[in-house]
Design a binder for this molecule. Structure first.
Ligand code: DX5
Ligand code: ZN
Length: 218
């Protein structure tokens, strides 16, 4: 079985006490932090930019899994790399030069990921699989935390998992959107091994520490 990774999405954390929110999740055992970067063009919301990534970099040594939901990602990859991102993932949609974008990430010695929206056929990324550490299969439409998991993506995850095995590649499958104790087992069953959790950590009535431990145990 592939290594199981829990990546905490800080999009829905309490930004007025971000240091504490990061430290508590790290102490409880998360493996990565997932940073959602939104520009108000590619998605209908604006979140954080490279200056905030610099601050988060100072708060933790865990890998920063940086999910770019921005138009023209090539213009900003270097800024995010310098800010301290370890993994940079970019969408396949609306990027005619995605192959070059992935090369640019590799040139900066960062791990590349490729992101597939729920409405995008997964076959589109087959020519790029050899270039990435993981494929991020979005299980909600991008833009906001707290949305309902889209179960129709499960079939695409299973199709991708089979393709990766058939090609004999070492590529992870990350799932993002509505991931909680109910959806971790079903996405794992389909082939996912990297689980992004936002609301189920930071908006959980159990509190951050108990929420992380629960998610790691399912
Ligand atoms: C959606 C983001 C997700 C989001 C997940 O555009 O890519 O990372 O933060 O949040 P939850 O876990 O609340 O669905
Ligand atoms: Zn994300």
């Amino acid at each position: 079985m592939k290594q199981q990774i829990l990546s905490a999405s800080i999009l829905n954390c309490d930004f007025s006490k971000m240091g504490e929110e990061v430290h508590t999740a790290e102490a409880a055992g998360v493996d990565w932090f997932h940073l959602d970067i939104m520009d108000g063009h590619f998605v209908p919301n604006i979140s954080i930019g490279p200056d905030i990534v610099v601050i988060i970099r100072k708060l933790t040594k865990l890998p920063l899994d940086t999910h770019l939901m921005i138009s023209n990602p090539d213009d900003f990859i270097e800024r995010f790399a310098e800010a301290g991102a370890d993994k940079i993932s970019v969408h396949v949609e609306n990027n005619a030069n995605i192959h070059k974008t992935l090369l640019n990430i590799q040139k900066l010695n960062k791990k590349a990921g490729i992101v597939v929206n729920p409405g995008t056929p997964v076959e589109m990324i087959y020519p790029l699989l050899h270039m990435v550490e993981f494929v991020l299969m979005l299980t909600v439409n991008p833009g906001f935390g707290g949305q309902k998991f889209l179960s129709e993506v499960l079939l695409k995850i299973a199709t991708l998992s089979n393709k990766i095995q058939e090609l004999g590649l070492d590529v992870g499958i990350e799932v993002d959107g509505g991931i909680d104790e109910r959806t971790i087992p079903i996405t794992r069953e389909a082939g996912a091994n990297i689980f992004v959790a936002g609301s189920s950590i930071y908006r959980n009535t159990l509190g951050i520490e108990a929420a992380v431990k629960r998610l790691k145990s399912v």
